[in-house]
Design a protein around this ligand. Structure first.
Ligand SMILES: C[S@@+](CC[C@H](N)C(=O)[O-])C[C@H]1O[C@@H](n2cnc3c(N)ncnc32)[C@H](O)[C@@H]1O
Length: 121
């Protein structure tokens, strides 16, 4: 057995171990988007349909920028050249907004919390 084989085996063992622990979070691919595939497709089609509309794109509430990167990749791939600005309070939703979304729009409060561990930097 040469070193390369050992290295491949060692990596396989480490990966196998990781899959049996909470480290699976880092070892396996996971869906990081807050949108379904169909919703992301809809957003892409919005960018396509408005490609000739002058002015920048605004994403209000970008959190960690996962969708921002996805949509920017789509714009680059399709040759859509316009500025893309991502906004966020970096403090999560204020209580009044959480109350509105849960009371008036039937969303789970738990879906609206937990966006505070991100910073502009
Ligand atoms: C559901 S997350 C956004 C997820 C992001 N669009 C994505 O696809 O990954 C909602 C974000 O909106 C932000 N937010 C809440 N109220 C806001 C406001 N008034 N203006 C800008 N951002 C806001 C929160 O801090 C949070 O990061």
């Amino acid at each position: 057995m040469n070193f390369q084989d050992l290295s491949v085996q060692a990596r396989a063992v480490l990966k196998d171990l990781a899959f049996r622990t909470p480290m699976v979070r880092w070892a396996a691919h996971r869906w990081q988007y807050n949108f379904s595939p169909a919703q992301l497709g809809f957003l892409c089609s919005c960018l396509d349909r408005t490609r000739d509309v002058p002015g920048p794109v605004f994403e209000v509430g970008c959190f960690a920028g996962v969708t921002s990167v996805f949509l920017n990749k789509h714009m680059s791939a399709e040759g859509i050249e316009k500025p893309y600005y991502a906004f966020d309070t970096f403090g999560g939703f204020v209580e009044a907004d959480v109350a509105f979304e849960s009371d008036r729009r039937g969303k789970q409060r738990s879906q609206l919390l937990g966006f505070t561990d991100n910073r502009k930097e």
